[in-house]
Design a binder for this molecule. Structure first.
Ligand SMILES: [Zn+2]
Length: 506
């Protein structure tokens, strides 16, 4: 039976418009999901939208809409973003769905029965945009949100609290046993530091808001933020509906998150799960911020770039390639249009595009459109094996830039091989057999690249596969056999086609 593999993006807040920061996490999760499918895993890849809360309620009122109407409209933008970027998510969850309401209420009841939710009075400094309370020392000049840089509000109300303080020791014990559960390593240190400072119970309900899921034992309150938002990850694999399915996929393999929500995913969330007797996530991987001109993108700063603007120019493949190869998935990275054009032209139009173009052009011309087979052994065998192992090592650490870089080493090797052997000269000198041998090897490299790069640039790999005269799709191949040297059949019809990646003039 196929191994289950479960990966998530955060659910995106419907009030925001999708920008390249959201798309960054989604594309990374998609590459990982596609990579695991190549290994034959049974993959669940979940993304979706976070649709409750005060901000939505207020925005709907301001626009004269019902909140459901507002979230229906906005959620659609994130679905469209997914289609645009060719995400292969298996589900799209919305926190206003009935399945989520049922699941959250069941989970709340379990935590309440365990005695970890208690009534109290809250007085605090609250950022509406974050939907979170802050202590004065966490704020800029004691009054402004550190993320949104806008003033917080003084709020007093009767709330239910989750007894996070009781979980300090268990969380420390959990991370001592599973240091891999927060990555990269520096983020684990950050989480441990936060836990060791002492954990405070957090408010998890509101009476003043109607747009949310009512607490099952006190329906005057709706649950607030974390119990609603984080729990989408469990709803998505059948919690409250299908226990066998839930047990198959839970605990999740990877929650991919931005570093700004690490604390909630690596401290609040595992404690909440423990309180209901469920296992914590196997790994929360926090990546850095994607900045523009050195600043985090935001609606208020008007520096947010919509993915559609870039996809229009670079295509979905060019887009996906840039963000996974140019940015290290971990530290902050600054987006630059000039760097995007330069890398697209160098890596896609020149290296990969040229290799495909020259090999197919010569093979079609010399062999009457019919492929010579690959030799059983040859000078590119070692480079093709190195591409697989380099990619594997990279993907194990979610080092997309390094892992996919190994494929480009193979592409370089094949281009150098052509320069060295000069099949056109061999042909001119009357050695058609030697020319065909060189081209057969290069066609085999293209076949292997189409499989290995399919998690990164699925569109171009599918098109290359078709031009190589191969049946099905590269993503239907299974690793490692699918990239075993020598599988490129002789005698199939090749097609030269237009350039896979037309050059872009900046
Ligand atoms: Zn804020």
């Amino acid at each position: 039976m196929a191994r289950p593999f479960y990966v998530t993006t955060p659910i995106y807040y419907v009030n925001d418009a999708p920008h390249i920061g959201h798309a960054y996490t989604s594309v990374a999760a998609d590459a990982l999901a596609r990579w695991r499918r190549l290994w034959g895993d049974d993959v669940v890849f979940l993304t979706g939208t976070d649709e409750h809360g005060l901000k939505v309620q207020r925005a709907a009122e301001a626009q004269g809409l019902g909140p459901q109407e507002l979230v229906d409209r906005h959620s659609a933008h994130y679905r469209e973003m997914g289609e645009l970027l060719e995400l292969s998510n298996t589900d799209f969850i919305r926190t206003t769905e009935a399945r989520h309401r049922t699941a959250v209420q069941q989970f709340l009841q379990a935590v309440h029965d365990h005695g970890d939710i208690e009534l109290g009075t809250y007085q605090g400094l609250y950022c509406v945009a974050c939907e979170a309370y802050y202590t004065a020392d966490e704020l800029i000049e004691g009054e402004r949100c550190p993320i949104h840089e806008r003033p917080v509000e003084h709020v007093t109300e009767e709330n239910y609290f989750f007894a996070l303080s009781r979980y300090q020791d268990r969380l420390l014990e959990h991370y001592a046993q599973h240091p891999e559960a927060v990555q990269p390593q520096a983020r684990l240190n950050e989480v441990l530091g936060f836990i060791r400072q002492g954990l405070r119970d957090f408010s998890m309900s509101r009476k003043s808001i109607s747009w949310g899921i009512p607490l099952p034992w006190d329906p005057e309150h709706v649950t607030y933020v974390w119990f609603d938002a984080l729990f989408n990850y469990c709803t998505g694999v059948g919690y409250g509906e299908d226990r066998a399915r839930f047990d198959r996929y839970w605990p999740v393999d990877y929650h991919l998150v931005g570093k700004d929500i690490l604390r909630f995913h690596a401290v609040y969330w595992p404690a909440m799960l423990m309180a209901a007797g469920e296992a914590p996530p196997r790994c929360v991987f926090a990546h850095g911020w994607l900045t523009v001109g050195g600043e985090k993108m935001s609606k208020t700063k008007l520096n947010a770039i919509a993915p559609a603007q870039l996809v229009e120019e670079f295509g979905a493949d060019g887009y996906r390639y840039h963000f996974l190869r140019d940015q290290q998935f971990g530290p902050d990275g600054d987006f630059s249009y000039e760097a995007m054009v330069a890398r697209y032209n160098a890596d896609l139009a020149n290296n990969f595009g040229n290799l495909a173009n020259r090999v197919l052009t010569m093979a079609v011309a010399y062999g009457d459109g019919v492929a010579p087979g690959a030799r059983a052994e040859g000078p590119l065998v070692a480079a093709s094996r190195a591409a697989l192992s380099g990619l594997e090592q990279g993907m194990d650490r979610l080092d997309f830039a390094g892992g996919f870089g190994a494929i480009w080493d193979l592409i370089h090797a094949a281009n150098a091989f052509i320069e060295d052997r000069q099949p056109w000269a061999l042909r001119k000198a009357g050695d058609a057999e030697a020319a065909a041998a060189v081209l057969g090897d290069c066609l085999e490299v293209l076949r292997i690249v189409a499989v290995l790069a399919s998690p990164l640039i699925p569109g171009a790999c599918g098109e290359l596969w078709r031009r190589l005269g191969l049946p099905g799709r590269p993503e239907d191949e299974r690793l490692p056999d699918g990239v075993e040297w020598g599988r490129m059949p002789a005698g199939v019809r090749l097609e030269k086609g237009a350039p896979l990646f037309p050059r872009i003039e900046a």
